[in-house]
Design a protein around this ligand. Structure first.
Ligand SMILES: *Cc1c(COP(=O)(O)O)cnc(C)c1O
Length: 463
């Protein structure tokens, strides 16, 4: 008893919350952040976490309403995941994957192929979602080069797409706000208007809408099929665009079209993968298999940075040849297939079965849907979009005309600040309030999350 007490008090003294806050403002440059505002605000510093909660350096607890930016799956400090890292650490922290292999990376590859959409047979590792996309693009490009179809060099993507922040993945992105400044550095692409039923003002049936959206894709593919090497999309739900979902049948239609027009299909499931949509992958909702699949965020359960690009045997085969043919895929990173990250990813995947995640998810998803229905009564909630546990609530300054709020009104930011006061961490995408709880949220936590967000929206938009 005496020992624990001493330990605790030691721990308390070792963290000087105020000093850390000053150092953070003095030495750190944060991602996607206007730092001139950051240094004036209250910077919340997370010290620990447990289950579905985060705790700051002042001891205040917060519900983790966006899964620590869409990557946490089973909660924080999950005993099985902590243990997997410790066990691996007692063997080795890292060794290179260039010219050597390692135990957990091999085991994880086998596991990934077992759960992936059928037809995907090879796993290429990297460290982030952006890199997984970058690799898929390079593979698709080189695939046609290796096969002697030299003219097939262009990529097709959806408007408003987000595939990461490296130059290649930004090239196939379409979010003006993030990407415009870099336009001159990017390679040329073709874009297809993305489904966005609310802003399309489409009043017909879902089937008709699917047809309309598929026709838009076909127009581009038909016109340019000679020069297109691949089409990339986030299946079912465009995340960073503002949680914009696609109508039923759309991804199957896109699959059929890419086959018809002889181009590769790349699914970016960095956000939608690992149970987020209610199935292991978004592809599973329509039994669609892409030629290349990018996964990251939830792969390690939100513990360590790791990603993977899964490829079909046909793609893999096109890279085989004699050494001097130079058909190999020349790409790799220092930390590719890091053993600690692979070990925790294996344990993360095992937990899906052990915790019977897919048995429990439907009830949670339905509960969340019922809760979100209540938001329709709010005057400034224009559209509510949900796929599984991925939610976007689009706020509008006028519901009848769907007029958006101006950026400078900072409506999303105000809402998340209100939520934070009430002990909930969320993050907006412009005027869209995003909820993406870990799969480990229980109904009472889903209730708290939605109650707090409801109150926060009401407070901010009625002022
Ligand atoms: C987050 C995200 C990425 C980028 O992943 P990082 O690990 O942040 O580089 C790519 N695609 C999608 C769909 C994402 O949501």
């Amino acid at each position: 008893m005496a020992i624990t007490l001493q330990k605790n008090s030691l721990k308390k003294r070792s963290i000087d919350s105020k000093l850390l806050s000053e150092w953070d403002k003095q030495w750190v440059w944060h991602p996607f952040t206007q730092m001139s505002q950051w240094v004036q605000g209250d910077n919340l510093i997370i010290e620990s976490g447990k289950g579905n909660y985060l705790q700051d350096t002042n001891g205040k607890k917060y519900l983790d309403g966006v899964s620590s930016l869409w990557c946490n799956v089973h909660g924080h400090r999950v005993p099985e995941l902590d243990q997997a890292i410790k066990k691996q650490l007692s063997r080795i922290g890292h060794s290179t994957f260039l010219g050597l292999s390692n135990v957990p990376a091999i085991e994880l590859a086998k596991k990934l192929i077992e759960i992936a959409p059928k037809g995907l047979t090879r796993v290429f590792y990297s460290d982030s979602g952006s890199e997984a996309v970058e690799i898929a693009l390079k593979m698709a490009y080189q695939f046609w080069q290796n096969k002697g179809q030299k003219k097939k060099k262009k990529f097709v993507h959806l408007t408003n797409a987000y595939h990461g922040d490296t130059i290649g993945s930004v090239s196939v992105g379409g979010i003006e706000l993030f990407h415009d400044i870099f336009r001159p550095l990017l390679f040329e692409t073709l874009s297809v208007q993305a489904p966005y039923q609310y802003r399309d003002n489409f009043e017909g049936s879902e089937e008709e809408y699917t047809q309309l959206c598929a026709d838009r894709a076909e127009a581009v593919l038909a016109k340019h099929s000679d020069e297109i090497c691949g089409l990339i999309i986030e299946p079912l739900m465009q995340g960073a665009a503002g949680m914009i979902h696609q109508p039923k049948g759309y991804i199957s239609r896109v699959r059929a079209l890419t086959k018809q027009y002889n181009t590769l299909l790349i699914f970016d499931e960095v956000a939608t993968g690992f149970g987020r949509t209610g199935r292991m992958f978004a592809s599973d909702h329509e039994q669609v298999s892409p030629d290349l699949l990018c996964v990251a965020k939830g792969l390690s359960g939100g513990y360590l940075p790791i990603s993977a690009t899964l490829a079909s045997e046909e793609i893999y085969d096109a890279f085989l040849g004699r050494l001097e043919d130079l058909k190999a895929f020349f790409h790799g990173h220092t930390y590719t297939a890091n053993p600690l990250a692979c070990a925790v990813s294996i344990a993360n995947l095992e937990l899906f079965e052990e915790r019977q995640i897919f048995k429990k998810l439907p009830a949670k998803i339905n509960f969340l849907r019922d809760q979100l229905n209540l938001f329709n009564t709010l005057d400034h909630v224009g559209d509510i979009r949900q796929v599984g546990l991925m939610v976007g609530i689009e706020l509008v300054s006028d519901k009848a005309t769907k007029r958006p709020y101006f950026l400078k009104e900072k409506i999303g930011i105000q809402v998340i600040e209100e939520a934070r006061k009430r002990g909930v961490i969320i993050r907006p995408l412009g005027n869209v309030i995003v909820l993406m709880p870990p799969l480990s949220f229980e109904t009472k936590e889903l209730k708290k999350l939605t109650d707090v967000v409801y109150e926060s929206i009401k407070k901010v938009t009625s002022e």
